[in-house]
Ligand binder design. Structure first.
Ligand SMILES: Nc1nc2c(ncn2[C@@H]2O[C@H](COP(=O)(O)OP(=O)(O)O)[C@@H](O)[C@H]2O)c(=O)[nH]1
Ligand SMILES: [Mg+2]
Length: 712
């Protein structure tokens, strides 16, 4: 029968194949028959189901690849968002924007002086002092600034809290260090109740932020050098002192942390005296060599000595400070002015001893165990206060303190030891723990802006020193040509713009003035870097707040709004109508140069403008940051750039930017050609047996060596 199914050519001529299949299917279905459970043959079932699925025609829109949201999250409300409802400019996941960078005053704080009075004092250069705090990290600059702030701002200052008012950025508070220099203008009274306008710049102590210090020094006439008595000078601070000496700034010294001699080192008073003396002498020795280094004339050299009154002994942590003069005055007052404070102060330092029998001071010790006058009259009383306040019971302490006319409040005895000592010293040394001694010292040893103007102009101004503009600046003429030197850019609280900070060198700057702004690359031959803007706001900058003013005369610091867009780092500003030949103030010079070079490119090429904008802002805010933009021809070249720079960076300090600046390829006139040469140098087929003499530029040689090793 089988044979009949095929013709003589072997073709199938039997019944239709479909019929057979149907039968087979029927047979198969017949086996299943109704509700009957399938036989226990799962594997076979799966295969057959899949076969069935393959065969059935399912429209594209009916296909179901994933379970519905209802199935996955039963009972939850589900919203389906089609992608086009969100504009392309909005990121799907918005970046977290934290604009809480600064700690600012919510409203104008109450001050002991009126701001109109402060503005009025700006016209009196004899009453102005522009100073910059300089010192290593944790030498107490910011805490010292707090003393000034607490004396001038009426707030509920907590005795046991370090406010660090000028550390007005959140990250500064979090890290406990100053990062950006911050200024304040305060009206402070001296010991004779005469008011002075102090423009004070608190600078960072960390070596990484030296550019901030350099900017602060450029605006100041004098430097307050903070030194921790236990640590002494650090290398970074020596470098900064050298810079300040080059700028011909005047110095006073604050020997800080004297509490550490008592509490930490536990030195006896006579040893503490030697330590203090050694600290000052060591600084003087260093000064001597720095003076030699910068070539200061011998007559102009100033050294530190407590007898001269340019040294302040201080413990910012315990809120006490004094000079020999202020201490002698205090002593004299407690003895009903029975002796002259000035001459007593002269006997308080050095190898001077008090002879109780003759009631006179002498150069030799009357007894072998007689302490020096400084130890006897200054250190021993302070030691006693420390010892009693830390060690005695409340009742005993009250009677001990009463002997020196100190009467703390009852609740003060419940304070911790440090806070109690602060209260004690505040009563002993008077307002701000003796802050007036500091003001006296500054007034006496740091010149006002008018006195220092000729030296400042000589150092800063690059133009004709005998021209009309320079003359006005040297005379600090309020009515002369407007000249303004800006060195810093402070961001606005909303971070959307910068305001420019600087010092008026001559003339008076008014709100609404049209001004010429000359950048660092301006010269009389090339005025490309010159823009004209209108001054929109003038403020006195107070770290955590600003005070708007209508005008600022010469010799003062000012924050200017509305002109930032044209300023990169430093700038020279004059009135737009000024026809005189005005040149720029020299760009800031730094004692050391930046050591890190980073090449960056946006991950998304379309975001390049954003990256350029941000880097421009960073450069504006950070003095030592230098930015160079390189446009790379195309992607493959960029890839090459990355590889070559990696090769060089592992062997030398250079990167692709350095290579180019070193002009390693004499023929590479255009960037394109340079990249081509770089491409050739990076190829692995380069000759490997070149001697170093044939390949003079070393980074090239390094690329060759690396590539040849790889080739091997
Ligand atoms: N023992 C002692 N520590 C101090 C003194 N002044 C500052 N410090 C320490 O230095 C830290 C930072 O002080 P700060 O004023 O911010 O230092 P700055 O870096 O010079 O501004 C403080 O928290 C204290 O721990 C002082 O007079 N005595
Ligand atoms: Mg600080």
């Amino acid at each position: 029968m089988e044979e009949n199914l095929y013709d003589e050519f072997g073709n199938y001529v039997g019944p239709e194949a479909e019929d057979d299949e149907d039968e087979e299917d029927e047979d198969w279905l017949g086996g299943m028959d109704g509700d009957e459970e399938p036989k226990d043959d799962d594997a076979a079932m799966d295969v057959d189901e899949e076969k069935g699925a393959d065969r059935s025609v399912v429209l594209h829109e009916d296909k179901k690849y994933y379970p519905d949201a209802d199935e996955v999250y039963p009972g939850a409300e589900t919203i389906v968002q089609v992608e086009d409802t969100q504009p392309l400019t909005d990121p799907i996941i918005a970046p977290v924007k934290s604009k809480n960078f600064d700690i600012l005053e919510k409203k104008m704080p109450e001050t002991t002086f009126d701001f109109n009075f402060l503005a009025g004092m700006m016209d009196k250069p004899g009453l102005i002092r522009n100073i910059c705090f300089l010192g290593a990290m944790h030498n107490g600059k910011t805490l010292f600034m707090d003393q000034l702030v607490m004396e001038t701002h009426e707030k509920d200052w907590k005795i046991n809290k370090e406010v660090r008012y000028t550390d007005s950025r959140q990250d500064e508070q979090d890290r406990g260090i100053t990062i950006k220099a911050s200024s304040m203008s305060l009206v402070v009274p001296d010991s004779k109740d005469k008011s002075y306008l102090f423009n004070v710049m608190d600078t960072p102590g960390h070596a990484n932020f030296q550019d901030e210090v350099v900017a602060g020094l450029a605006l100041s006439d004098g430097v307050v050098l903070f030194v921790d008595v236990v640590v002494g000078l650090t290398v970074h601070i020596e470098r900064m002192i050298r810079h300040a000496l080059q700028e011909k700034l005047h110095f006073v010294l604050v020997v800080n942390s004297i509490d550490r001699l008592i509490v930490e080192l536990k030195l006896p008073p006579s040893d503490a005296y030697h330590k203090l003396r050694f600290c000052i002498e060591e600084i003087n020795e260093k000064l001597e060599s720095l003076y030699d280094g910068v070539g200061t004339e011998v007559d102009s050299r100033v050294y530190f000595s407590p007898l001269k009154g340019n040294v302040l002994f201080c413990s910012t942590l315990f809120r006490m400070m004094f000079t020999l003069d202020s201490y002698a005055t205090l002593y004299s007052q407690t003895h009903e002015n029975s002796f002259e404070a000035k001459s007593f102060a002269k006997c308080l330092w050095g190898d001077v001893y008090f002879n109780e029998e003759t009631s006179k001071f002498q150069k030799t010790a009357p007894d072998a165990d007689q302490p020096r006058s400084f130890v006897q009259f200054v250190l021993e009383p302070i030691y006693k206060l420390f010892a009693h306040s830390l060690g005695e019971q409340k009742e005993d302490l009250a009677s001990t303190l009463a002997e020196v006319d100190i009467y703390p409040h009852k609740r003060d005895y419940d304070l911790d030891a440090r806070s109690l000592l602060k209260k004690v010293f505040l009563q002993l040394f008077g307002a701000g723990g003796g802050i007036r001694s500091f003001i006296d010292m500054i007034v006496e040893h740091i010149p006002g802006p008018k006195e220092n103007a000729p030296a400042k102009v000589e150092r800063l101004y690059s133009g004709d020193q005998n021209g009309a503009v320079a003359e006005d600046m040297k005379n600090l003429d309020h009515t002369g040509y407007l000249m303004l030197h800006t060195v810093k850019n402070y961001h606005r609280p909303d971070c959307n713009a910068f305001d420019v900070f600087g010092r008026v060198m001559s003339g008076t700057l008014f709100r609404g003035d049209r001004v010429k702004i000359m950048g660092e690359s301006f010269s009389l031959d090339d005025d490309e870097d010159l823009t004209i803007r209108e001054v929109q706001n003038l403020w006195i900058y107070e770290g955590r707040y600003r005070v708007e003013v209508s005008h600022v005369p010469a010799g003062n610091w000012v924050l200017i709004g509305g002109i930032e867009s044209s300023i990169k780092k430093t700038a020279t500003i004059t009135t737009a109508s000024n026809e005189e030949e005005v040149e720029i103030f020299r760009p800031l010079k730094y004692p050391t140069s930046a050591v890190i070079k980073v090449a960056i490119e946006p991950l998304q090429p379309s975001e390049l403008p954003k990256m350029v904008d941000v880097s421009a802002k960073l450069t504006r805010r950070t003095h030592s940051l230098k930015r160079r933009l390189r446009r790379v021809a195309n992607t493959s070249f960029r890839a090459l750039a990355r590889s070559t720079s990696t090769a060089s960076c592992t062997t030398c300090a250079g990167c692709m930017v350095t290579w180019r600046s070193r002009s390693l390829t004499p023929s590479s006139n255009s960037a394109r050609q340079w990249w081509r040469l770089a491409l050739l140098s990076a190829l692995p087929k380069l000759p490997t047996r070149r001697t170093s003499s044939t390949w003079s530029p070393s980074p090239w040689r390094r690329v060759l060596v690396r590539t040849s090793r790889r080739a091997r």
